[in-house]
Write a protein that binds this ligand. Sequence first.
Ligand code: AMO
Length: 452
Amino acid sequence: MDFYKDTGTEPIGTEVRTHFSTEINGELAGKKVVLMGWTHILRDKGRIKFLILRDERGTVQVTIPQKKVPAEVFKISETLKPETAVAVTGTVVATNQVESGAEIIPEKIRIINTAERLPIDVVEGKTDIDLDTRLNYRILDLRKPSTHAVFRIQYNLVRFARAYLESNDFIEIHTPKLVAEATEGGANLFEVKYFDRKAYLAQSPQFYKQLMLLAGFGRVYEIAPVFRAEKHNTRRHINEYTSFDFEMAWISGVEDVMAMEERMLHHSFKMTKKHAAAELEVLGVDFDVPKVPFKRIKYEKAIELVNEAGKDLSITDDLDPECERILGEVFPEKYGTDMVFITHYPLELRPAYTMPSMTDEGMTESFDLTYKGMEITTGGQRIHLYDLLVERFRAKCFNPDDFSFYLDPFKYGAPPHGGLGLGVERMTMQLLGIENIREATLLPRDRDRLTP
Ligand code: AMO
């Protein structure tokens, strides 16, 4: 208790939150409620003050007329500063003055904790602050309703994708993030000191999710951080991102993997639209739930389309961000959709574990999913045949001996399998039309940023 005395604030005591702001409506008229949150806006009209109280769900109006509330309450309301933590006890009164159809007339306002002068605004549109400053004060920035909304939407996207997989017999796994070897090629690995040897931060759960199928699990998924030592700061790369991976055994081919992803995303987008309707409204975003099946085109065709738009690429060239942007414009015009699988990538452009195509010479049974002109997923069928796998590792100039922990289990009846990796932040940014991936990342890590 002394702690509270020292800070000049009050303990919460027996008052615990009874309602969220968004639950307050005319139907509760006459009911006594307790709400806890922050002073979002305070409008001082002299003898009447309006406190817009914000909690994690939204805002509610607390109307404080001098004549109708205890003198103590009116006095406290005069001392409230932006972002003061408060508990308001009061009665719900129906009114058509506010959108929710109800306000609260307080009988008690407790200051639970005071707030210093804010370095950035938490109220929408008050001042235009650059992203870097916002990220410096990210914890406050996340209180801002439009920033907050992004992550509630992201949460919904992930939870419904997860739910879809769970209803299709996938189980969640947790694989090591400290690893001995690269999975996606050596260029963008973070090296760490691991006692007296070198280790790396995992770029992907690739090898382990595959190995779990060889370990007898039929379908697995993992949603976890991965690390990429990308050298450049771009609007679509961060150095730690959340990789949504799944891997499934006993497939007939890569088509099974794409079919699982499109149904998963369809479900996730549809449910997010419903369950995050309020947050989407805060952001002013409306989106179409992509229809299943998603459009599929071969890599060869994608190259043809970008070349028609003025590029001069050959089949083994990578599609750079500029090409993806071009395709982002071409796909809706040509195919009436912004969600397109690009399939049959050349062997040169895919990692060693990718299954070579049975139908298209020199190509692979792999795909990327592009959404509004950006790659959000990479996936494919994997090689499950030991000899072929070793041959492909050699072809990529890897020494198979360095990868025996991964390769050896393929000697013992590995099932045919495939899977994918989906960037959670990229999916969120594309869905919401966010320009910079950092805004779709709770606490971004980039070349210049390791805090907060
Ligand atoms: P890939 O390297 O293409 O494939 O990554 C898969 C997806 O992860 C996202 N992504 C990133 N997001 C933010 N910042 C980055 N630096 C970044 N790099 C990648 C993208 C991309 O589509 N093992 C394979 C997947 C598989 O085949 O299962 C892999 O990691 O959305």
